[in-house]
Ligand binder design. Structure first.
Ligand SMILES: [Cu+2]
Length: 163
């Protein structure tokens, strides 16, 4: 490509990006109930869990997860084979439009390796989900002993207030 062609190509890309919000379908990742299981100081790895929702109108694919707080983050799945629990690394995670994937103990999870700083319960951890289309979604993971209660903000709603 010569310089003019490069400029035109860049311009076309920019226009496509500008209009994609209103024209093209796209996946939107929403990360909720995100937590990392608290562990004794000095452990070489921790596990992270979350509910991953695709609130958009097209499928999305998570290709990697990263965090400045860890040397390496991978997506794992725990499976029981012949009565033995094993973990395997997944190359990515797909979430269909309107669907969700739950990362939970005993199932899919994030493996956070080589912590670069002490992990304590007062300091949430920042993780970034990288999507196949190049977008990046940041999320805060609380450090806790157990999964945060779902919908903790509106438990009072169970008795059907009129509002
Ligand atoms: Cu694992």
């Amino acid at each position: 490509m010569n310089r003019l062609q490069q400029t035109m190509a860049a311009l076309a890309t920019a226009i496509a990006l500008c209009t994609s919000g209103s024209v093209a379908a796209s996946g939107t990742l929403s990360v909720e109930q995100a937590w990392v299981r608290a562990a004794p100081p000095g452990v070489p790895m921790l596990a992270g869990y979350a509910d991953l929702h695709n609130t958009g109108d097209a499928p999305l694919r998570i290709t990697a997860v990263e965090s400045a707080a860890f040397g390496s983050v991978s997506i794992h799945e725990t499976t029981v084979v012949d009565g033995v629990s094993r973990m395997r690394e997944l190359p990515g995670l797909a979430v269909e439009a309107g669907d969700s994937v739950r990362l939970e103990p005993g199932g899919k999870h994030l493996m956070l390796m080589e912590p670069r700083q002490p992990v304590d319960a007062r300091t949430p951890l920042a993780l970034s989900f990288l999507l196949e289309d190049g977008r990046r979604v940041d999320a805060q993971f609380v450090v806790t002993d157990q999964a945060p209660a779902a919908g903790a903000h509106d438990h009072a709603g169970h008795d059907h207030h009129a509002h």
